[in-house]
Design a protein around this ligand. Structure first.
Ligand code: NAI
Length: 401
């Protein structure tokens, strides 16, 4: 039994009382993480049904953990007793840290933040789990914006190791330090990211989808062939099209479009017509029963139709990989995060088989530069520009690590 191991919030922990705003997918998961670590949690939602569902779902999850002997019933009760479900924001007044996980709408978030600030003490940290809004814009709603920070969990929060921590330009050193320490106390891996669109993961992962869609649109290979190449040669758990179906083509398209607009229409992040049409047609993926693949009961799935050892499948894999490496390298070039954090983000946030910068070292920086330049020579599009940091490392005969 590991029941005492998970109770790690102790006398030295700075944060013992946590308020969570929004009891949906993310809020409920974050509440479980904080409660498991030993914090007392108040989980607030405007909808009573959401609170009831969160409580019921947690009970189910904990029962499963008891069945698998991962926790005992005493631990289950301890976690449950650590969470209080509340229906007014005012009840969060004694929180030392609040994390907001409500709808992705700037005006609504700002409104909640400025109301919340009236109830909590002066040193309470007010964090947002936003995926796509700037932390600076959310912080601007506060009288004391230095207490605001982004604390971005991945779905499902209790299982995914990575948490991106994003200080805004207003955020104080103290807010950053306490936030990082707290999330580490909760046994998560922290990657500190600059307050820029997509932070680390949602920026660096774009070519996994975008380049795969483009290869399909150019008529080079089918969805299944591209997926097979990425899984069998690259060791990715899911191919790009399987993953887009899993995330939902509507959600994945919207993230791409948001990142594209936020980067002032940089062609590297250009969304794809194919995915747009799939979303418009209601071919959303698993949740609608049909996406790039058919998920109906009698559908047969044919990803193994092609040998991944063919030259063409290697080219497909190399093209997507080098675009991912280039994106990770460019994130380092623009100081979005450290090389370690960029690699950790992709392995712990989206389960990539290897960190992309370590992969670049393994393939050879010269290989990366040559590959990017070949793509640029072929298309003459800015999308295929090689990151300056790859060129510099190549010139100096250096590696990332
Ligand atoms: P969700 O729709 O599952 O849950 C949102 C909850 O917030 C609902 O229960 C709703 O009743 C409640 N809510 C709405 N307005 C509220 C208000 N003014 N006050 C209190 N409660 C309110 O949404 P989800 O997926 O949990 O996302 C929440 C946030 O987390 C969003 O900012 C999203 O961008 C971010 N996020 C989502 C991820 C995902 O995979 N779903 C991953 C990482 C971040």
């Amino acid at each position: 039994m590991e029941n005492q191991k998970s109770k790690i919030v102790n006398e030295q922990s700075l944060i013992k009382k946590v308020g969570i705003i929004g009891a949906g997918t993310m809020g409920a998961g974050i509440a479980q993480v904080a409660a498991t670590a030993g914090c007392t949690v108040k989980l607030y939602d405007t909808k009573t049904e959401a609170l009831k569902k969160a409580e019921k779902d947690l009970n189910k999850i904990l029962n499963r953990l008891v069945e698998k002997e991962r926790i005992d019933t005493a631990e289950k009760e301890r976690i449950q007793n650590n969470i209080q479900y509340v229906d007014t924001l005012r009840e969060l007044k004694d929180s030392q840290l609040t994390i907001e996980a409500i709808v992705e709408n700037l005006d609504i978030k700002k409104n909640v933040f400025s109301t919340l600030e009236k109830f909590v003490s002066d040193d309470c940290i007010i964090a947002s789990n936003t995926s796509s809004l700037s932390i600076a814009s959310i912080a601007s709603a506060l009288e004391k914006p230095e207490r605001c920070i982004g604390i971005h969990f991945f779905n499902p929060a209790p299982l995914m190791k990575l948490v991106e921590v994003i200080p805004a330009i207003q955020t104080s050193e103290e807010t950053l330090n306490i936030s990082v320490k707290t999330i580490k106390d909760w046994t998560k891996t922290v990657a500190v990211a600059k307050d820029t669109p997509g932070f680390i993961v949602n920026r660096v992962a774009r070519p996994f989808y975008g380049e795969a869609l483009r290869i399909y649109e150019e008529g080079i290979a089918s969805f299944a062939k591209i997926d097979t190449a990425m899984k069998e040669i690259g060791g990715f758990r899911m191919g790009p099209f399987e993953l887009m179906d899993f995330i939902g083509n509507d959600v994945n398209y919207t993230v791409t479009e948001t990142v594209f607009k936020a980067f002032y229409f940089d062609p590297r992040y250009k969304p794809s017509f194919t995915q747009k049409r799939f979303a418009e047609a209601g071919y959303l993926g698993r949740k609608s029963g049909k996406g790039f693949y058919d998920y109906s009961e009698n559908a047969s799935k044919s990803t193994a139709e092609w040998s991944s050892s063919s030259e063409k499948s290697k080219q497909i894999f190399n093209r997507i990989l080098v675009m991912l490496i280039n994106e990770a390298a460019d994130a380092l070039f623009w100081n979005i995060a450290s090389a370690e954090d960029i690699d950790n983000a992709m392995t712990k946030g989206v389960n990539y088989p290897k960190g992309l910068l370590a992969w670049a070292d393994e393939k050879g920086i010269d290989w990366c530069v040559t590959k990017m330049d070949q793509l640029y020579d072929e298309y003459h599009e800015d999308r295929y520009r090689c990151s300056p940091i790859l060129r510099k490392l190549n010139r100096e005969n250096k590696t990332f690590f």
